[in-house]
Design a protein around this ligand. Sequence first.
Ligand code: ADP
Ligand code: ADP
Length: 229
Amino acid sequence: EDIIVCRDVHKWYGNFHALRGVTTTVRKGEVVVIIGPSGSGKSTFIRTINRLEQHQRGDIVVDGIELTNDTRNIDAIRRDVGMVFQSFNLFPHLTVLSNITLAPTKVRKLPSHEADDIAMELLERVGIPEQADKYPAQLSGGQQQRVAIARALAMQPNIMLFDEPTSALDPEMIKEVLEVMRELAESQMTILAVSHELGFAREVADRIVMFDEGLIVEDQPPDEFFNNP
Ligand code: ADP
Ligand code: ADP
């Protein structure tokens, strides 16, 4: 089952042609790792999937929802597509638990006790239930990124996007975040991740997609990708 379909997607920033005809399909449960040089359009591409950026030409259909240039479907898309950024983007004045329960209570209108239960389950899943009452600044970078993942999962998305989720982390914290992503991949989540972690790509990805100058120039399973010259 195709969950993301992109046909000839173009994106300009002013005169700059950032996506120059991207065509690709992602199946439900697939893990796609996106690589490529800086400025090649990786981030722009995944941001078009949840409408943080709007494409100007071509078609994108996400989980059956056509992404058009009006605002009609934005809420549905944001609910369906979770995103984790390089910088953790947690709310500094909210506790870890409240960071996670905010969207479920405000957007999904869950009663707060239910949202708290879900948040605690997610904190256990990412391995830091004991940090629930702390504030983001009291956590390590790796812990903050795990909270960011839990926060995205709290909306029960069908697709998760990661934009260089470990690039801002010290080496010893990269592993713990990749481990959470690996478990997410094993749970059949559909994942698109921009990442330089080739070990992770090799072990976890179903496909490695390489961008160059706004186009997909390679799209292969890791075995082929790493064995071809
Ligand atoms: P990557 O993620 O591969 O590093 P990006 O998608 O972030 O690439 O950026 C692709 C190109 O588009 C870069 O040259 C970048 O400077 C440019 N770009 C990205 N965002 C904007 C923006 N908001 N306005 C203008 N140019 C942008
Ligand atoms: P990344 O490659 O991780 O996307 P960047 O440093 O390229 O990081 O971009 C950081 C932010 O700045 C993004 O929101 C991007 O859209 C914006 N940006 C990038 N390049 C430009 C640009 N040339 N003009 C305006 N905004 C830009």
